[in-house]
Write a new protein. Structure first.
Ligand SMILES: [Zn+2]
Length: 383
């Protein structure tokens, strides 16, 4: 009798397991639009049979149902992946910090403003792309070195049949093209962005070929600012004007998307060769002594006046935990002064007295950075 019960229970379990598996497997495949499922549905009779045969124990069924859902949802998510998100470049962070802490010359200020504007344009483009729901691999802000040629790509979208390379520009105002040269309306020549795109495209193609990828590259020069106008532009260029962005998105939404592990492999190749720190070509002159000390709000960039034991509150409404603010300040200090040691006293001074307790700074340093040296001369490092 007992044996019979055990056998029945085991059979029941097996059927539940089988039904859940077939169902979730079937759904996962359908979601991914595998053609053999869409064309003739060979698994359907099997699925129907499994449903009919089952005498379901509700609890077990529910448990297994959840389990398989979890497994397959994870798998499904893998297909729509943002493999590399965008963050501010070290160059931008350095100029921003110096802009807020000292007075820069006019040339450096306009360079800084260009960096901020460029980054804002890239974020705007990211917003457009995030509205797409189809499957492709997306890598933002990739910096590669191919044969001693550094090249940076604002966005790369890997689709089933091609790699899309986006150079994003947040130009504002009127520009004019004469031959191969670009000018502002006041006749000041600017760097030709099409040449920049062609260079990146050529280097990327060579990089991909060297790593065994023969997918064609589709380059786009995207102007995101609605205030941008270009006169005398040649017709056959990969330029996307602000008024054409929606059309571009519709085209992307209709692209064939069935990325495989080969596409993922290629994306991983790009990621492993990405240089995380870009060389900062020109730095303004600055020294520790002339910089304003303190912690500024990460939203409106005004300096905090005071802090509580746990947080900093800005008049703009931004609230930041004291730990996060100290960690942010330490990273800023390291970026500006890579040769200086990070010590508790040093960071206390760098925070400009906003954080009243040295002990608090020491705790945050101990928790977030690697400690070196002995008790008398302790210093910290990010790695
Ligand atoms: Zn603020």
């Amino acid at each position: 009798m007992l044996c019979c019960c055990v056998v029945v229970l085991l059979c029941d379990l097996f059927v539940c397991f089988f039904v859940c598996f077939v169902r979730e497997f079937f759904q996962a495949l359908t979601m991914n639009e595998y053609s053999f499922i869409n064309d003739d549905k060979p698994l359907l009779p099997l699925y129907w049979l499994a449903i009919r045969l089952t005498s379901v124990n509700a609890y077990i069924y529910e448990f297994l149902d959840k389990l398989f859902k979890k497994i397959y949802t994870k798998k499904e998510r893998m297909w729509k992946m943002l493999l590399k998100s965008r963050k501010e470049s070290e160059n931008l962070l350095l100029y921003r910090s110096l802009f807020l802490r000292m007075s820069l010359c006019e040339k450096d200020v306009s360079h800084y403003q260009r960096l901020e504007k460029g980054y804002a344009g890239e974020l705007l483009f990211d917003q457009y792309v995030s509205s797409l729901t189809n499957e492709f691999l997306l890598l933002n802000d990739v910096l590669l070195d191919f044969g001693n040629n550094l090249f940076q790509m604002d966005s790369l979208a890997i689709f089933q049949e091609s790699v899309l390379l986006f150079e994003i520009k947040n130009f504002e105002g009127d520009f004019i093209v004469r031959g191969d040269r670009w000018y502002t309306l006041s006749d000041k020549e600017i760097k030709n962005p099409l040449e920049q795109l062609q260079r990146s495209e050529s280097l990327l193609r060579r990089f991909l070929q060297e790593h065994g990828c023969m997918l064609p590259i589709e380059p786009f020069l995207v102007f995101v600012n609605p205030e941008f106008t270009l006169y005398q532009a040649p017709m056959k260029t990969p330029i996307i004007y602000p008024t054409q962005i929606q059309r571009l998105l519709r085209t992307l939404a209709n692209k064939p998307t069935k990325t495989t592990h080969l596409h993922e492999k290629m994306a991983n190749k790009l990621l492993t060769h990405h240089l995380s720190t870009s060389p900062i070509i020109r730095k303004p002159d600055y020294s520790y002594e002339i910089l304003q000390k303190g912690i500024y709000c990460s939203h409106c960039y005004t300096f905090f006046k005071e802090a509580t034991e746990t947080r900093l509150v800005c008049s703009c409404g931004t609230i930041e935990s004291i730990d996060d603010a100290i960690v942010r300040s330490v990273h800023e200090f390291m970026l500006l002064f890579p040769d200086r040691l990070v010590t508790t006293n040093g960071i206390y001074e760098w925070c400009g007295g906003v954080v009243k307790s040295r002990r608090l700074i020491r705790r945050v340093l101990l928790q977030n950075f690697k400690r070196y040296g002995n008790k008398r001369s302790t210093y910290f490092s990010g790695s």
